[in-house]
Design a protein around this ligand. Structure first.
Ligand code: LLP
Length: 420
């Protein structure tokens, strides 16, 4: 989003015009931002066969998946339904990694029948795959490397106490099962957590995989997961993707040369590709002065963007109706809250250009895990979604209606008023 002549714009389209045309609350995504991030990731890796598998859980809209595909990005899924959306978007099933955690064997059967690349997250599942498919289905193995990374414990997945992956201490058990059932181990995978701060931890994870890879001569890829930290706040320490790309590419090339391997290097970024592209636009309902605070209540809440409440995540807020474009603009301190019957605070004591009822605010960096974690709590509609592509806003999800809230409910016809 750019500020030109005191007007916020996305690809030259005025954000207030988008709000007028499509209504609020509204998720707006900037396709150029997504394309820019894909380019940045690609240019950071050299001399390796890089495959980007977009972690679709971050933002699952089919038009976004189609944009990824158009840009030569493949897909990572965590449920068969997510994968089906990918197939609808035009991906070949074989381009879709399926990384389930603790799902039923029925779902695994469906995934295999669809032709997804299966990533195995537990020894019992590996045994079941061996018994059921023997050497027929190439699998990848998700390793828990016992490396703790991630912005907070809820999104750290590589530590010893995490539910994810097969512990690296069970390395011998993995190999024994693979040998017993002649399982084709095509890939190795780690994902240590989202928002990692420390690229060294990432490289340590890579070393674990390189060492393990010596057990499996027929690998075709190594998947390093994701977790690239993006800047939610000015001055945030973010992942230096260019530097990380150089280091991982070097380590990868060394490994391939040393062991005579010809492997693909996979990443599965979610946030890095879509976070910055997304803006949640909301309308200010009420500005109220309490003895201790001034509250701004907006027509949104934890049902639309749960990250601030769930992870104490910081999202920058812009007053689209009252842009601050110079040092002299007057700022006031507000606590921005939602309309849900819970304490759904988006931001506490935030300094913003004056906010008036009716003003349009934007929560920034809302592309990843925004809409995809939205719900109908309090019988509220989820927002509509718009993608700005080549200078034009496209509606990519309609606003919900009351019928959507009722869909699927079976209504019992009780006898009338037994108790008066
Ligand atoms: N690969 C695997 C196996 C994952 O579990 C995840 C995220 C990713 C890739 C993508 O990670 P990313 O690039 O987005 O960091 N809702 C939380 C984040 C949960 C991440 C879950 N797994 C949040 O809003 O911070």
């Amino acid at each position: 989003m750019q500020l030109n002549n005191r007007t916020y714009q996305i690809q030259g389209v005025k954000v207030l015009d988008i709000a007028d045309e499509f209504g609020l609350p509204l998720y707006v995504y900037d396709a150029d931002k997504i394309i820019e991030k894909i380019g940045l990731l690609r240019s950071s890796f050299s001399g390796v066969n890089l495959k980007i598998k977009y972690a679709a859980k971050a933002l699952t809209n089919i038009s976004i998946l189609k944009l990824m595909r158009q840009q030569g990005v493949e897909m990572d899924s965590v449920s068969v339904n997510e994968a089906r959306m990918g197939i609808l978007a035009g991906f070949e099933p074989g381009q879709i990694m399926f990384t389930p955690s603790g799902v039923s064997f029925e779902e695994i059967r469906e995934a295999v029948a669809l032709g997804l690349q299966l990533n195995v997250d537990s020894l019992p599942l590996l045994e079941w795959v061996g018994q059921t498919y023997g050497s027929q289905v190439p699998v990848s193995i998700r390793i828990n490397p016992h490396i703790s990374e991630g912005g907070n414990i809820k999104i750290s997945t590589g530590h010893a106490d995490s539910k994810f992956g097969i512990s690296i201490l069970q390395r011998a058990d993995i190999l024994a099962l693979a040998n017993k059932y002649q399982i084709q181990v095509a890939g190795l995978h780690i994902h240590t957590g989202s928002d990692f701060k420390n690229a060294d931890a990432f490289l340590k994870g890579a070393d674990v995989l390189f060492d393990l890879a010596t057990d499996y001569p027929n690998l075709t890829f190594i998947d390093f997961g994701s977790g690239f930290k993006v800047a939610y706040k000015k001055g945030d320490h973010i992942t230096n993707v260019a530097e990380l790309g150089r280091q991982v590419s070097d380590a990868f090339q060394n490994f391939c040369q040393q062991y005579g391997r010809d492997l693909e290097l996979w990443f599965e970024p979610g946030k890095f590709l879509v976070s910055e592209s997304g803006h949640l636009l909301v309308k200010t309902n009420i500005v109220k002065d309490n003895p201790t605070r001034t509250f701004v209540a907006v027509d949104s809440g934890l049902n639309h963007l749960i990250r601030p409440m769930m992870y104490d995540a910081y999202h920058d807020i812009k007053n689209i109706s009252n842009p601050a474009d110079d040092e002299s603009s007057v700022e006031k301190t507000y606590t921005v809250v939602g309309y849900i019957c819970e304490t759904d605070t988006f931001a506490t004591d935030r300094s913003l250009p004056e906010v008036r009822p009716g003003d349009v605010l934007s929560f920034e960096n809302a592309g990843a895990y925004g809409f995809s974690m939205a719900s109908n709590y309090n019988a509220r509609f989820r927002p509509a979604e718009v993608l700005v592509y080549e200078g034009k806003p496209y509606l990519i999800r309609q606003r919900e209606t009351f019928e959507d809230l009722l869909r699927g409910q079976e209504i019992i016809e009780f006898e009338e008023e037994l108790v008066k």
